[in-house]
Write a protein that binds this ligand. Structure first.
Ligand SMILES: Nc1nc2c(ncn2[C@@H]2O[C@H](COP(=O)(O)OP(=O)(O)OP(=O)(O)O)[C@@H](O)[C@H]2O)c(=O)[nH]1
Length: 277
């Protein structure tokens, strides 16, 4: 997959880099799903001070942005990550054991920027270890299944648990409805209306997507990357203002390299088929 790097902790693949992939090469802030409704940014493009800062000769290095996907089991968290990262869709349900992890490299306004995607398990039996991978999230994606209304009702609970581990910073929050392909037009409109109310309550930006058809998946990930990048630049500007001697290089952090797969496999026996939550 061009310009995308799969971060498999046991068997890392060598990165393949192709410049100017339109999916990961961003020059403008991608628009919100519903620009009239988003609480995250009313700007139509990157803020002028962000562009100005990036034009300076100093090349800031940004730490990878941690994005966590939470939501009931089998709502389609893994499916949307796989659709974007590998352009593939699997109709067989295979429960996530603990957590899966992918790293995606973007080029935004000429700067490298990565999203760490933490696709967490929705099954009840993994909840006790949630804190291990919810912490320090810059973006929380609360996912629900548009064809199952009860999964929308759980959204508040999932966000609450994720925020409990992220009290020191204010993450960007998205509410995402999946499996849009399973609904009739009328059902789709009805569900979006309901979900819009929940999103407003959660202070989240709302998106409807389908991993099966690919509907709005690319636009959604581009939006996450664009907004998170802008936030990272603003944070950097703030820290330079507060602490002029500190350089961007000092504040950059290398991506995490601990072996999550063996951590989980040593604690949980894999349960492959069927949703046990
Ligand atoms: N029709 C349709 N099915 C989907 C879509 N996305 C996911 N599915 C199916 O829904 C099931 C669950 O998808 P997953 O992505 O594994 O769900 P998950 O939220 O990661 O589940 P956990 O790992 O248990 O938390 C699978 O059978 C997928 O094929 C979609 O957009 N459309």
């Amino acid at each position: 997959m061009p310009h995308l790097l799969r971060q498999n902790m046991l068997l890392p693949n060598p990165p393949t880099v192709v410049m100017h992939d339109p999916r990961t090469h961003l020059r403008h802030l991608p628009p919100a799903y519903s620009p009239a409704q988003t609480p995250l940014s009313r700007e139509r493009d990157f803020a002028p001070q962000v562009r100005y800062n990036l034009e300076s000769p100093r090349k800031p290095k940004f730490r990878p942005c941690k994005v966590i996907f939470v939501g009931d089991c089998a709502v389609g968290k893994t499916a949307i990550v796989n659709r974007f990262c590998f352009d593939k869709f699997q109709s067989n349900y295979k429960a996530t054991i603990g957590v899966d992890f992918e790293l995606i490299n973007f080029s935004i306004l000429g700067h490298n920027y990565s999203l760490e995607m933490w696709d967490t398990a929705g099954q009840e039996r993994f909840k006790c270890i949630a804190g291990a991978y919810y912490r320090n999230a810059s973006v929380i994606v609360v996912t629900y299944d548009m064809s199952k209304r009860d999964t929308l009702e759980s959204a508040k609970k999932w966000l609450h648990s994720a925020l409990n581990y992220n009290t020191s910073q204010k993450p960007l929050i998205f509410l995402v409805g999946t499996k849009a392909d399973l609904l009739t037009k009328e059902e789709f409109v009805r569900m979006e209306r309901l979900a819009g109310l929940v999103a407003a309550e959660l202070q989240a930006e709302y998106w409807s997507v389908s991993a099966r058809s690919g509907f709005k998946v690319t636009e959604f990930f581009q939006r996450i990357a664009g907004l998170a990048f802008e936030e990272a630049v603003k944070q950097e500007l703030k820290s330079i203002k507060n602490n002029p001697k500190e350089t961007a290089t000092q504040s950059s952090v290398k991506s995490q390299t601990f072996d999550l797969r063996s951590f989980f496999s040593s604690r949980f026996s894999p349960q492959k088929n069927g949703c046990a939550c």
